[in-house]
Design a protein around this ligand. Structure first.
Ligand code: NAD
Length: 343
């Protein structure tokens, strides 16, 4: 397994492999860049098929956090962690305590929080071993509703730019993954009169959005070719790829999932087809923005900052049109300028 020559290695500052025999913890922490401040980014718990798959995920996700935090205007660097384990594991206390001890050894260079497969309860367990955890109960808490708010506003920006509409009323939107963020996103969209088409691999989550929001449920493999205005990827990454792009009928791809494009060139492919792509790390920054208010938590201030996502995306869409470039490359360049200036 290559590390420094890994395809997703991008001058990461530090990569830590953690193992704790007693609890069974196997984790990787990747600190991508700390120019703007200590690295902050969530912890993902997933049944990775190989160590290399986990390493690839944490390298890509941590880089994304550097760019996300920079474009959101936060004084935080980018990092991420992954735990290689079944996210449905029942007895989690020893594992998350061991994880907390690993984080603690980094002495505040990296702060962790929740991500896929990890809950606020897990974060509170790890917090018993280290102060370097964020998204704590009683403080900023669950970031998902804020990620959903930012994603909803980002979808509105995309609809305004691509379809020329101020309201989403009457639009059809497919949502892939109705977990923590997807659920709240569906609620916003339903309240604005959107026709929802949803999928997930977890039946109870689907039943909830079908019952509460009248969403139409389709099988996971059928989500791509739905006749919708907007496709919102809200599950795992790399769902925009060579296989799925030709199936899309939507003219906008805008959702909360991290690393939506399997490769950068898929951004070019979307552009060639006239499909507007809302860069993932810009539209899904609501949660980390909320976490950044952790110290003296103020939900009103946090919400105001999350609302800026609408304008950041508008500026990216406009520049991409003017310069005939992909939205992803415009966002990357904007983020890199901020990161370099902070050196
Ligand atoms: P989650 O685990 O609560 O939800 C993900 C959902 O996707 C689950 O319900 C899962 O069953 C479903 N899913 C998994 N594979 C699927 C498939 N093949 N087809 C359909 N559904 C599938 O996670 P979340 O916190 O809601 O995060 C969703 C995405 O948003 C992730 O990519 C995450 O990294 C990203 N994100 C989350 C936050 C946050 O605040 N939670 C912030 C930024 C980005």
């Amino acid at each position: 397994m290559a590390v420094f020559n890994h395809i997703s290695f991008d001058e990461h500052e530090q990569i830590v492999f953690c193992q704790d025999k007693e609890s069974g913890l196997k984790a990787i922490i990747a600190i991508h860049n700390t120019n703007l401040g200590p690295a902050v980014g969530g912890c993902r718990m997933w049944n990775y098929e190989s160590d290399d798959e986990a390493l690839n995920d944490v390298l890509r996700l941590s880089r994304g956090m550097t760019y996300k935090n920079a474009l959101a205007g936060l004084t935080m660097g980018g990092g991420k962690s992954v735990i290689i384990a079944d996210p449905k594991l029942k007895d989690r206390e020893a594992l998350f305590r061991a994880f907390g001890r690993c984080i603690d050894q980094l002495g505040g260079k990296y702060y962790s929080a929740e991500d896929v497969g990890v809950s606020t309860t897990d974060i509170m367990i790890a917090h018993q071993e280290t102060p370097y955890m964020a998204g704590l109960e009683g403080k900023s808490g669950d970031p998902s509703p804020f990620t959903a708010l930012g994603t909803y506003l980002g979808i509105k920006a995309a609809a305004k730019h691509r379809l020329g509409v101020d309201s989403l009323k009457g639009l059809k939107i497919s949502v892939q993954g109705v977990g923590h963020v997807g659920y709240y996103l569906c609620r916003h969209l339903h309240e604005e009169g959107v026709e929802l088409i949803v999928t997930d691999i977890h039946q109870a989550s689907l039943d909830k959005v079908a019952n509460e929001f009248g969403a139409i449920v389709v099988a996971p493999q059928d989500i791509y070719h739905q006749d919708v205005d907007i496709y919102a990827p809200c599950a795992l990454g790399a769902t925009v790829n060579d296989t799925t792009i030709p199936l899309l009928k939507a003219s906008i791809v805008a959702g909360c999932a991290n690393n939506q494009l399997a490769e950068d060139r898929h951004g070019e492919k979307l552009k060639a087809l006239g499909i507007l792509y809302a860069p993932d790390y810009v539209i899904n920054a609501g949660g980390i923005i909320n976490v950044s208010f952790e110290k003296d938590y103020d939900a009103t201030l946090s919400t105001k900052k999350v609302e800026e996502i609408y304008h950041t995306l508008m500026s990216i869409f406009t520049q991409a049109d003017e310069q005939d470039r992909t939205t992803a490359s415009v966002a990357d360049e904007m983020a890199r300028t901020i990161i370099e200036a902070a050196k």
